[in-house]
Design a protein around this ligand. Sequence first.
Ligand SMILES: [Cu+2]
Length: 486
Amino acid sequence: MATLNFKPTILTLFLSSLLILFASCKNDEDNTKEAEEIEVSQTMNAELTAPPLVPKPTGRRKAKKLVVDMEVIEEESEMTDGVKYVYWTFDGTVPGSFIRTKVGDEVEFHLKNHPDNKLPHNIDLHAVNGPGGGAESSFVAPGHEVVFSFKVLNPGLYVYHCATAPVGMHIANGMYGLILVEPEEGLPEVDREYYIMQGDFYTKGSFGEPGLQPFDMQKAIDEDADYVVFNGKVGSMTGDNALTAEVGETVRLYVGNGGPNLVSSFHVIGEIFDKVYVEGGELVNKNVQTTLIPAGGAAIVEFKIEAPGEYILVDHSIFRAFNKGALAQLKAEGKENKKVFSGKIEEGIYQPEGGGIQEMPVDEDELAASRPSDNPDLEEKMELGKNIYGRTCVACHQANGQGIPQVFPPLAEADYLNEDVKRAIDIVLHGKSGEITVNGETYNSVMTAQNISDQEVANVLTYIYNNWGNNGTEVTEEMVKAQRRN
Ligand SMILES: [Cu+2]
């Protein structure tokens, strides 16, 4: 009996798999075909948002004629403290406004080029089925406006960018953004959504060199980036601008990479991506630590926040994170979940290397202007110290001196600090490595010597000692000089 049944079974299997194969091929073709056939009901102005915000989900709404209104703006802005750059932008931000559509929408795109601009621009949307992604039809000179339209057929997260020659230069100056095409039924609901885009920048001066920095074509050709940043500048999402979420919430990040050159190894320190829509398409991967985001590509990542604290978003090509700016923060508030957090996290905490981590520029003019009187009073010292803290120490020791568990020791209510002021001065002057214990936790990492004047050391330490529950020591320039001689 068994042998008799064998052949028909195999044959049935074979035939049915053929059928499935055939059906699924047919299905794929049908998808865009069907999308083409979707009727649009009304006209609606697209909600556009500046990063890191995302427009409202399309939910169950029907396909519409969606009017997108964008303006190209060339403007000077800040790359990092004391460093300026002339950005070319869609809507005045890097990345440009987030566009949210759904399959079947007919997008009527209005692209304006501000009359104060110097150059023509255009837009190539990767969500477009058509030559140049709209580039040819959207070429627009300063003081003009063009209109073109397209129907969105394929769901996914797509990059748009300027494609005017020299293309690399327009992208390098910040001309990119994301357009999301939701499936007809919409994406599953989540609690928070954010918009993040990485980009590499090439400047005449090296990282942190103050002043207005022009674009450096040769470095761009050599792919030798001075800045690798999220959302157009160093610290766009740190400190007061950090992303936020609450414990128990699901977070969805729309992550793009404008390039022009570098591929991003996108990672969140302390989290695991529950879901990744690989390359922004339909394929969902689960339980991912680091996802690759090509230049001119994107990914959607989702995770649930299990424990409160700070999560650090990085390009895990890690020198880019700690030395070129590719670092952002997500702060999660809520109840401790000891069970989850005392267990192992994804890959252990990264042991940062000391070398020039986030070494912030010193602007000589700014310094001169802020030179205090010969005998600054405590209030003045606190003010100056706060500035220095914000410029140099905050990157590691964090906004309220709380540090980062296992990586950067706290300066708030820190027994190690309060025990010995000479030792603290020494650490700022000469750096520190080897194991130390602060508030019962051991740290074994490297702090590089801080390249700041004696007076600045005095001010910043005075600020720290007179804050966050520390013992109120006032550190004088003389005390620092004495340690410097030691
Ligand atoms: Cu352009």
